[in-house]
Design a protein around this ligand. Structure first.
Ligand SMILES: [Fe+2]
Ligand SMILES: [Fe+2]
Length: 180
């Protein structure tokens, strides 16, 4: 699916300059054979994990661009934030709670196949905050936490989004405070 969830836009719209730039900075990852394996796993009920990562990466790209942050590294980190290749409903290859350990599994895979910068590392390892883990050290990492929750909300249904909205607002405020 190339349609962006929660949006009328499409990744493959050649008339959309943002979509074109987004593809230019992320397609080496999204089209990589190992990353394509994420299409074999469902995530948030009706979405593939590949689509979820694309959704999170797209909103991270847009929001970081608007906030004048490093949107290239943020979009790449966001794309890799759930790059783990197992079904967490039935398997748990790393000991511990899924929420705590899957960022490390994603980071290990990311480093195996791609160059991971410090910003990308923060985006991947700390994307579960505040549910699990520690608060991201970079504003780009904070945007990924917000985009991940936003996408989870629209992927599982608008009702969940309503409950997540105050958290998203708080995260965006923190990013803006950090810039002043
Ligand atoms: Fe995750
Ligand atoms: Fe996620």
């Amino acid at each position: 699916m190339t349609h962006i969830l929660g949006s009328k836009r499409d990744f493959l719209d050649y008339t959309d300059e943002d979509a074109q730039e987004f593809l230019k900075i992320t397609s080496d990852i999204s089209e990589h054979p190992e990353f394509q394996k994420l299409k074999n796993y469902t995530h948030h009920l009706h979405t593939t994990r590949w689509q979820h990562c694309m959704n999170v990466s797209w909103y991270t790209y847009l929001w970081c661009k608007k906030l004048s942050l490093n949107y290239t590294e943020a979009a790449r980190g966001a794309l890799l934030h759930d790059f783990f290749l197992y079904d967490y409903h039935t398997e748990q290859p790393i000991p511990g709670k899924h929420a705590d350990v899957h960022p490390l599994a994603a980071f290990t895979n990311a480093e195996k196949y791609f160059t991971v910068t410090d910003i990308m590392r923060d985006c991947i390892l700390n994307h579960m905050w505040p549910t699990a883990g520690i608060r991201p050290a970079t504003p780009e990492g904070l945007v990924v936490t917000a985009a991940d929750k936003y996408c989870a909300g629209i992927e599982v249904g608008s009702r969940s989004y309503e409950t997540l909205a105050p958290l998203l607002k708080q995260i965006i405020e923190m990013i803006e405070e950090g810039k002043n």
